[in-house]
Write a protein that binds this ligand. Structure first.
Ligand SMILES: [Zn+2]
Length: 171
């Protein structure tokens, strides 16, 4: 099979991928988490349990299209305890880039957050509906006032308005 024919599959929030046999239509649901390890290519090779055909796919982890943006919003810090919001710190933000996996943003006033902290972010897309995105993120990297954070739980890659926004921008 030529490399360009290898199908890309995106894991759902439970790290499962669905691979449909193009010969017999058998649906395989596969746990993709072992393929997440560093150094793994994400290449999946299985034998169809329906017809024995060899199936290949490339599992794509967080390799979503990233859009450069300049969107205003806010962020608030939370307590470390799940589902318990304390009176956190608040800052205006400017979202500099967005993908389905997360955002990069600048905080306008200093907040006491470190890598691994959970923040609530709210910002408005510059689409025709001015869609408001309000999500929880986990801070992955901080350089001065620039934060890189991941959506938690991850965005739905198919149904969300953000997915639509990114897809529309890409084309
Ligand atoms: Zn098959």
């Amino acid at each position: 099979m030529a490399p360009e024919e290898v199908k890309q599959v995106y894991p759902d929030k439970h790290d499962n991928v669905t691979l449909v046999c193009h010969e017999c239509g058998h649906v395989h649901r596969i746990d993709a988490s072992p393929y997440k390890a560093p150094g793994r290519s994400g290449r999946l090779s299985i034998t169809c349990v329906g017809c024995g055909h060899a199936l290949e796919a490339l599992i794509s982890f967080r390799k979503h299209y990233r859009k450069e943006t300049n969107l205003s919003g806010t962020c608030t810090t939370r307590s470390a305890q799940p589902n318990k919001t304390i009176s956190g710190e608040f800052s205006g933000i400017v979202v500099k880039n967005i993908s389905l996996s997360g955002i990069g943003f600048i905080v306008k006033s200093p907040i006491h957050a470190k890598e691994g902290d959970i923040l609530n972010v709210t910002f408005k897309l510059d689409d025709s509906k001015r869609t408001v995105i309000s999500k929880q993120v986990i801070v992955r990297r901080i350089i001065d006032n620039l934060f890189a954070a991941e959506f938690t739980p991850p965005m739905d890659p198919t149904g969300s308005s953000l997915a639509f926004y990114l897809r529309f921008s890409q084309n």
